[in-house]
Design a protein around this ligand. Structure first.
Ligand code: FE2
Ligand code: FE2
Length: 283
Protein backbone atom coordinates (compact mmCIF):
# COMPACT_ATOMS: atom_id res chain seq x y z
CA UNK A 1 0.00 0.00 0.00
CA UNK A 2 1.58 3.26 -1.12
CA UNK A 3 0.07 6.24 0.77
CA UNK A 4 -1.03 9.19 -1.35
CA UNK A 5 -0.58 12.74 -0.13
CA UNK A 6 -3.73 14.76 -0.76
CA UNK A 7 -3.76 18.49 -0.17
CA UNK A 8 -7.35 18.63 1.06
CA UNK A 9 -8.89 21.49 2.99
CA UNK A 10 -12.09 21.69 5.03
CA UNK A 11 -14.19 24.65 6.11
CA UNK A 12 -15.58 23.53 9.42
CA UNK A 13 -18.52 25.71 10.48
CA UNK A 14 -17.61 27.09 13.92
CA UNK A 15 -21.27 27.29 14.92
CA UNK A 16 -21.40 23.47 14.88
CA UNK A 17 -18.27 22.73 16.95
CA UNK A 18 -20.28 21.37 19.87
CA UNK A 19 -23.04 19.76 17.85
CA UNK A 20 -21.56 18.56 14.55
CA UNK A 21 -22.12 14.90 15.47
CA UNK A 22 -25.78 13.74 15.49
CA UNK A 23 -25.24 12.14 18.93
CA UNK A 24 -24.69 15.60 20.39
CA UNK A 25 -22.08 17.44 22.42
CA UNK A 26 -20.57 14.36 24.09
CA UNK A 27 -19.55 12.58 20.90
CA UNK A 28 -18.68 15.87 19.15
CA UNK A 29 -16.32 16.75 21.98
CA UNK A 30 -14.84 13.25 22.05
CA UNK A 31 -13.68 13.80 18.45
CA UNK A 32 -12.75 17.43 19.22
CA UNK A 33 -10.56 16.12 22.06
CA UNK A 34 -8.85 13.71 19.65
CA UNK A 35 -8.21 16.61 17.29
CA UNK A 36 -6.16 18.32 20.04
CA UNK A 37 -3.65 15.45 19.95
CA UNK A 38 -2.95 15.53 16.25
CA UNK A 39 -0.77 18.62 15.56
CA UNK A 40 1.82 17.89 18.29
CA UNK A 41 1.33 14.12 17.94
CA UNK A 42 1.93 14.06 14.21
CA UNK A 43 5.05 16.22 14.53
CA UNK A 44 6.30 13.71 17.10
CA UNK A 45 5.53 10.76 14.76
CA UNK A 46 7.43 12.41 11.91
CA UNK A 47 10.46 13.09 14.14
CA UNK A 48 10.55 9.57 15.56
CA UNK A 49 10.42 7.98 12.08
CA UNK A 50 13.02 10.41 10.73
CA UNK A 51 15.43 9.25 13.47
CA UNK A 52 15.54 5.90 11.70
CA UNK A 53 15.59 7.02 8.09
CA UNK A 54 19.15 5.75 7.68
CA UNK A 55 18.01 2.23 8.62
CA UNK A 56 15.54 2.12 5.74
CA UNK A 57 17.35 0.39 2.93
CA UNK A 58 14.72 -0.44 0.33
CA UNK A 59 13.41 2.19 -2.08
CA UNK A 60 9.78 1.27 -1.68
CA UNK A 61 9.77 1.84 2.08
CA UNK A 62 11.72 5.08 1.56
CA UNK A 63 8.92 6.32 -0.70
CA UNK A 64 6.31 5.15 1.82
CA UNK A 65 8.09 7.08 4.57
CA UNK A 66 8.10 10.22 2.43
CA UNK A 67 4.37 9.83 1.74
CA UNK A 68 3.67 9.11 5.42
CA UNK A 69 5.44 12.33 6.42
CA UNK A 70 3.51 14.24 3.75
CA UNK A 71 0.16 12.87 4.93
CA UNK A 72 0.84 13.53 8.62
CA UNK A 73 1.96 17.10 7.83
CA UNK A 74 -1.36 17.75 6.02
CA UNK A 75 -3.35 16.25 8.90
CA UNK A 76 -1.44 18.49 11.32
CA UNK A 77 -2.29 21.56 9.24
CA UNK A 78 -6.03 20.84 9.06
CA UNK A 79 -6.28 19.89 12.74
CA UNK A 80 -4.43 23.07 13.70
CA UNK A 81 -7.16 25.07 11.94
CA UNK A 82 -9.81 22.89 13.65
CA UNK A 83 -8.23 23.45 17.09
CA UNK A 84 -7.90 27.18 16.46
CA UNK A 85 -11.66 27.29 15.97
CA UNK A 86 -12.20 25.46 19.25
CA UNK A 87 -10.02 28.04 20.98
CA UNK A 88 -11.86 30.94 19.35
CA UNK A 89 -15.15 29.41 20.51
CA UNK A 90 -13.95 29.85 24.09
CA UNK A 91 -12.91 26.25 24.71
CA UNK A 92 -9.46 25.68 26.31
CA UNK A 93 -8.02 24.06 23.17
CA UNK A 94 -4.61 25.79 23.16
CA UNK A 95 -3.99 24.92 26.80
CA UNK A 96 -4.86 21.24 26.29
CA UNK A 97 -2.86 21.00 23.06
CA UNK A 98 0.10 22.58 24.85
CA UNK A 99 -0.13 19.87 27.51
CA UNK A 100 0.15 17.16 24.82
CA UNK A 101 3.13 19.00 23.34
CA UNK A 102 4.86 19.18 26.74
CA UNK A 103 4.41 15.45 27.35
CA UNK A 104 5.73 14.56 23.89
CA UNK A 105 8.63 17.04 24.17
CA UNK A 106 9.60 15.35 27.42
CA UNK A 107 9.51 11.92 25.74
CA UNK A 108 11.61 13.30 22.87
CA UNK A 109 14.19 14.75 25.28
CA UNK A 110 14.47 11.83 27.68
CA UNK A 111 13.53 8.59 25.91
CA UNK A 112 15.89 6.67 23.59
CA UNK A 113 14.98 6.69 19.88
CA UNK A 114 13.66 3.12 20.07
CA UNK A 115 11.16 4.07 22.77
CA UNK A 116 10.11 7.16 20.80
CA UNK A 117 9.37 5.00 17.77
CA UNK A 118 7.61 2.52 20.04
CA UNK A 119 5.28 5.34 21.20
CA UNK A 120 4.64 6.25 17.55
CA UNK A 121 3.75 2.72 16.41
CA UNK A 122 1.49 2.33 19.45
CA UNK A 123 -0.39 5.55 18.63
CA UNK A 124 -0.53 4.62 14.95
CA UNK A 125 -2.23 1.39 16.04
CA UNK A 126 -4.83 3.44 17.96
CA UNK A 127 -5.47 5.67 14.94
CA UNK A 128 -5.69 2.60 12.68
CA UNK A 129 -8.34 1.05 14.95
CA UNK A 130 -10.33 4.29 15.08
CA UNK A 131 -10.02 4.66 11.30
CA UNK A 132 -11.16 1.08 10.69
CA UNK A 133 -14.27 1.71 12.80
CA UNK A 134 -15.07 5.06 11.19
CA UNK A 135 -14.73 3.66 7.68
CA UNK A 136 -16.20 0.23 8.33
CA UNK A 137 -19.25 1.28 10.31
CA UNK A 138 -21.21 3.91 8.35
CA UNK A 139 -23.32 4.74 11.39
CA UNK A 140 -20.28 6.20 13.19
CA UNK A 141 -20.46 9.41 11.16
CA UNK A 142 -23.93 9.08 9.64
CA UNK A 143 -25.83 12.36 9.85
CA UNK A 144 -22.77 14.38 10.90
CA UNK A 145 -22.33 17.91 9.56
CA UNK A 146 -20.83 17.33 6.11
CA UNK A 147 -17.51 19.20 6.46
CA UNK A 148 -16.69 17.53 9.77
CA UNK A 149 -17.72 14.16 8.33
CA UNK A 150 -15.43 14.68 5.34
CA UNK A 151 -12.46 15.75 7.46
CA UNK A 152 -12.73 12.70 9.70
CA UNK A 153 -13.27 10.37 6.69
CA UNK A 154 -10.19 11.83 4.94
CA UNK A 155 -8.04 11.43 8.04
CA UNK A 156 -9.31 7.87 8.57
CA UNK A 157 -8.59 6.93 4.94
CA UNK A 158 -5.02 8.19 5.06
CA UNK A 159 -4.37 6.65 8.49
CA UNK A 160 -5.46 3.33 6.96
CA UNK A 161 -3.23 3.79 3.92
CA UNK A 162 -0.12 4.44 6.02
CA UNK A 163 -0.94 2.28 9.05
CA UNK A 164 2.07 -0.01 8.49
CA UNK A 165 4.72 2.53 7.45
CA UNK A 166 6.12 3.41 10.89
CA UNK A 167 5.75 -0.25 11.84
CA UNK A 168 7.83 -1.40 8.86
CA UNK A 169 10.51 1.15 9.78
CA UNK A 170 10.43 -0.30 13.29
CA UNK A 171 10.93 -3.84 11.97
CA UNK A 172 13.84 -2.78 9.76
CA UNK A 173 15.48 -0.90 12.62
CA UNK A 174 14.75 -3.23 15.52
CA UNK A 175 14.25 -6.66 13.96
CA UNK A 176 11.86 -9.10 15.63
CA UNK A 177 13.83 -10.37 18.60
CA UNK A 178 12.92 -10.34 22.28
CA UNK A 179 14.15 -6.77 22.90
CA UNK A 180 12.05 -5.44 20.02
CA UNK A 181 8.98 -7.24 21.41
CA UNK A 182 9.51 -5.94 24.95
CA UNK A 183 10.04 -2.33 23.87
CA UNK A 184 7.08 -2.47 21.45
CA UNK A 185 4.65 -3.94 23.98
CA UNK A 186 6.02 -1.90 26.90
CA UNK A 187 5.61 1.20 24.76
CA UNK A 188 2.02 0.24 24.00
CA UNK A 189 1.09 -0.32 27.67
CA UNK A 190 2.55 3.01 28.83
CA UNK A 191 1.34 4.99 25.80
CA UNK A 192 -2.07 3.34 25.83
CA UNK A 193 -2.70 4.14 29.49
CA UNK A 194 -1.61 7.77 29.07
CA UNK A 195 -3.53 8.25 25.82
CA UNK A 196 -6.83 6.80 27.06
CA UNK A 197 -6.61 8.82 30.30
CA UNK A 198 -5.86 12.07 28.45
CA UNK A 199 -8.59 11.56 25.81
CA UNK A 200 -11.13 10.89 28.59
CA UNK A 201 -9.96 13.93 30.57
CA UNK A 202 -9.90 16.26 27.53
CA UNK A 203 -13.38 15.13 26.43
CA UNK A 204 -14.70 15.81 29.95
CA UNK A 205 -13.03 19.26 30.06
CA UNK A 206 -14.66 20.28 26.77
CA UNK A 207 -18.08 18.89 27.77
CA UNK A 208 -17.92 20.53 31.21
CA UNK A 209 -16.82 23.86 29.76
CA UNK A 210 -19.81 23.84 27.43
CA UNK A 211 -22.15 22.77 30.23
CA UNK A 212 -20.84 25.47 32.57
CA UNK A 213 -21.71 28.08 29.94
CA UNK A 214 -25.31 26.87 30.10
CA UNK A 215 -25.25 24.89 26.85
CA UNK A 216 -28.53 23.08 26.23
CA UNK A 217 -29.13 20.19 26.43
CA UNK A 218 -26.95 19.69 29.48
CA UNK A 219 -24.48 17.19 30.86
CA UNK A 220 -26.60 14.03 30.89
CA UNK A 221 -27.54 14.52 27.25
CA UNK A 222 -23.83 14.75 26.46
CA UNK A 223 -22.47 11.83 28.48
CA UNK A 224 -25.20 9.26 27.85
CA UNK A 225 -24.85 9.09 24.03
CA UNK A 226 -21.05 9.17 24.43
CA UNK A 227 -21.23 6.11 26.68
CA UNK A 228 -23.34 4.35 24.03
CA UNK A 229 -20.95 5.43 21.27
CA UNK A 230 -17.99 3.95 23.14
CA UNK A 231 -19.49 1.00 24.99
CA UNK A 232 -22.68 0.07 23.11
CA UNK A 233 -23.12 -3.05 20.97
CA UNK A 234 -21.24 -1.48 18.04
CA UNK A 235 -19.29 0.83 20.37
CA UNK A 236 -15.81 1.96 19.52
CA UNK A 237 -14.14 0.45 22.59
CA UNK A 238 -15.99 -2.86 22.33
CA UNK A 239 -15.20 -3.22 18.65
CA UNK A 240 -11.66 -1.93 19.05
CA UNK A 241 -10.55 -4.12 21.96
CA UNK A 242 -9.82 -7.34 20.00
CA UNK A 243 -7.88 -5.32 17.40
CA UNK A 244 -5.92 -3.61 20.18
CA UNK A 245 -5.04 -7.00 21.73
CA UNK A 246 -3.67 -8.25 18.39
CA UNK A 247 -0.78 -5.86 18.94
CA UNK A 248 0.61 -8.17 21.62
CA UNK A 249 1.02 -11.12 19.25
CA UNK A 250 4.67 -11.85 18.57
CA UNK A 251 4.01 -11.95 14.79
CA UNK A 252 1.74 -8.85 14.71
CA UNK A 253 1.68 -6.73 11.57
CA UNK A 254 -0.91 -3.97 10.82
CA UNK A 255 -1.86 -5.50 7.44
CA UNK A 256 -2.81 -8.83 9.02
CA UNK A 257 -6.11 -7.00 9.26
CA UNK A 258 -6.61 -6.30 5.56
CA UNK A 259 -9.18 -3.52 5.31
CA UNK A 260 -8.09 -2.03 1.96
CA UNK A 261 -11.67 -2.39 0.69
CA UNK A 262 -12.67 0.50 2.98
CA UNK A 263 -10.48 2.90 0.98
CA UNK A 264 -13.21 3.01 -1.66
CA UNK A 265 -14.92 5.55 0.59
CA UNK A 266 -12.51 8.08 -0.91
CA UNK A 267 -15.22 8.60 -3.52
CA UNK A 268 -17.33 10.27 -0.82
CA UNK A 269 -14.83 13.10 -0.40
CA UNK A 270 -12.75 13.39 -3.57
CA UNK A 271 -15.42 15.07 -5.80
CA UNK A 272 -16.04 17.87 -3.27
CA UNK A 273 -12.30 18.54 -3.01
CA UNK A 274 -11.94 18.59 -6.79
CA UNK A 275 -14.77 21.08 -7.03
CA UNK A 276 -13.15 23.17 -4.32
CA UNK A 277 -9.86 23.30 -6.23
CA UNK A 278 -11.60 24.23 -9.49
CA UNK A 279 -13.44 27.09 -7.74
CA UNK A 280 -10.17 28.30 -6.17
CA UNK A 281 -8.45 28.25 -9.57
CA UNK A 282 -11.31 30.14 -11.22
CA UNK A 283 -11.32 32.84 -8.50
FE1 FE2 B 1 -2.67 11.58 10.83
FE1 FE2 C 1 -0.78 8.32 11.19
Amino acid sequence: MMPVQRDYEFDLPASRLSSWHPDGAGVSHFFNALSLFFPPGERFFIGSVRNYRACVSDDRLKREVKAFIGQEAMHGREHEAYNQQLEEAGLPAAELEQLVKKVLDLVQKTAPNAWQLSVTIALEHFTAILADNLLGNERMLHGAQEQYRQLWLWHALEETEHKAVAYDVWRQAMGDGVEAYVVRCGGMLITGAAFVALVAAFSAVLIEKDASRGARPGRLAAYRPLAGFLLGRDGLLRKGLPAWLDYFRTDFHPWQHDNRRLLRRLKEIAPAQQQRKQLAQAA
